[in-house]
Design a protein. Structure first.
Length: 109
């Protein structure tokens, strides 16, 4: 499997995960920049960079945070493995993050 293919597959996996949590998701196929996914549902907007290995270079972290700052309350995230886990970016450094979990979808909705 090519590096590109593996990354694209992971982006689709993250997309399906968020859709299962009730988000509408837009994927930027073949993106080399700002965000791989944007996701939203009532009262919540996510800007997501997908990294299978968990390593998000400083310039990409800063750009995801900058993009999220354009939308009041948007959450800048990095999606990674194992499984699908999310890191909420809190600053420019590699240790500037906190775990993040999607709100659960109510079964009766």
């Amino acid at each position: 499997m090519s590096h590109y293919r593996g990354g694209a597959d992971f982006e689709r996996e993250v997309r399906h995960h968020l859709e299962a949590e009730g988000y509408e998701v837009i994927r930027s196929a073949g993106s080399k920049g700002k965000a791989d996914l944007v996701a939203f549902k009532l009262g919540e907007f996510l800007v997501v960079q997908c990294k299978r290995n968990g390593i998000c270079p400083p310039a990409e972290r800063i750009e995801v945070q900058r993009l999220a700052s354009l939308i009041p309350g948007a959450i800048p995230l990095v999606a990674t493995r194992p499984g699908i886990t999310f890191k909420r970016l809190t600053g420019p450094g590699p240790k500037d993050w906190a775990p993040w979990v999607a709100d659960r979808v109510e079964e009766n909705q």
